[in-house]
Design a protein around this ligand. Structure first.
Ligand SMILES: NC(=O)c1ccc[n+]([C@@H]2O[C@H](COP(=O)([O-])OP(=O)(O)OC[C@H]3O[C@@H](n4cnc5c(N)ncnc54)[C@H](O)[C@@H]3O)[C@@H](O)[C@H]2O)c1
Length: 334
């Protein structure tokens, strides 16, 4: 096992019991609409030679991600607004024998992201993997919290995902090769009190990620993988002082190792611990509808009239993208 779990993990029993198996969308065109469920762990891909950008690399999880990717042989680009912490991570990763480029970037500023992305392209090359990990929480009751702190959470945890994707997706699309990882949270799937800013930003991150994954699928960009990571509270200090009664907080190393298994196994999504899949499953009804409507769309496409099928919500957008592509290719061939 490339990512062994700490033996003192209190969640051992719930983590060994895996009723869901591993969720993975297959990349074969004929079966793309089906979710393939297997009970065997997926094969882990190699990231040797990939250029992997990690945001928030000076933080607890970001540093561990950097070290795990370094162990796997990836070249690293590390971003954080905390220069000293980021440089520290860079030194640790370099000691593992990989090339590391550290940049001080404030992800709450769109122009800062675009400028740094241009520098990375010019100085290092095209990024092939992005781990959107940086995150903040205001950590105060809504009415006591300065507006700027609430705003910052949305800018860093959610808005930055748009600018990061706009900056780094185009070269991935040109080669139909890449991987975009979103470190969201269990609080992107369900809520609790006093974290309105954080929940809003992480629900936004989950929605952004899901829509992006569907867009890439609609555009036949199967070579660009996406992974959504939803951990429960981690013992990293971000939620220090919170009273947690349900299950104990996760260890950072365990969280990152479970995330790495999902990323390298090209899983669409991972909840850590698996207990967190329960709120996700509550949304399964909608996912079944998505799969069925995709099937209807495929059937209709065989008859050449996909627009005649009545689709709703997200499928309608998905079908519209297909239709635009078809119109464009008709124009090109005319
Ligand atoms: N810690 C938890 O309990 C927990 C649980 C679920 C999900 N997550 C998510 O995991 C990710 C990592 O969390 P962590 O526990 O390592 O937190 P952390 O506070 O240790 O690290 C976050 C890093 O992001 C950086 N950062 C903050 N604002 C930034 C900005 N404007 N520009 C650039 N960098 C910025 C910080 O400097 C820090 O190095 C976050 O997205 C967090 O929301 C954390």
């Amino acid at each position: 096992d490339r990512f062994s779990s700490p033996s003192d993990n209190k969640l051992f029993i719930s983590e060994r019991f895996n009723p869901l198996g591993y969720i993975k969308w297959t990349s074969k065109p004929a079966s793309r609409m089906f979710c393939s469920w297997t009970l065997l762990p997926p094969r882990l891909k190699s990231v040797e030679g990939e250029l992997c950008l990690i945001t928030g690399a000076g933080g607890a999880l970001g540093r561990l991600f950097a070290l795990e990717f370094a162990k796997e042989g990836a070249q690293l680009v590390l971003w954080d607004c905390d220069t000293a912490a980021n440089e520290h991570t860079a030194r640790l990763a370099r000691d593992l024998g990989v090339k590391v480029h550290a940049y001080t970037v404030d992800l709450s500023k769109r122009e800062n992201i675009y400028e740094a992305a241009d520098r990375v392209r010019a100085e290092v090359g095209d990024v092939t993997m992005v781990v959107n990990n940086a995150g903040v929480v205001a950590g105060r009751r809504l009415l006591d919290c300065p507006d700027e702190l609430l705003e910052r959470t949305l800018l860093v945890n959610c808005h930055a995902l748009f600018w990061m994707t706009k900056a780094f997706l185009p070269p991935m699309k040109a080669r139909n090769h890449g991987h975009i990882v979103t470190i969201a949270s269990a609080l992107g799937l369900f809520t609790t009190s006093c974290v309105e800013d954080y929940c809003a930003s992480k629900f936004g991150a989950v929605g952004f990620h899901e829509s992006l994954a569907l867009e890439l699928q609609a555009e036949n960009q199967g070579g660009i993988k996406t992974t959504l990571v939803c951990p429960y509270i981690v013992n990293s200090g971000m939620f220090a002082g919170c009273e947690i009664s349900l299950i104990p907080p996760l260890e950072p190393l365990y969280t990152v190792q479970e995330s790495m298994k999902a990323i390298l196994g090209e899983q669409q999504m991972v909840c850590i611990p698996r207990l967190i899949y329960i709120p996700f499953l509550a949304r399964l009804q909608e996912n079944i509808f998505l799969i069925c409507s995709h099937f209807c769309e495929q059937t209709a496409a065989m008859g050449g009239k996909p627009g005649n099928i009545s689709l709703h919500g997200r499928r309608q957008v998905h079908a519209a993208v297909h239709q635009q592509d078809r119109d464009q290719s008709d124009l090109n061939s005319a």
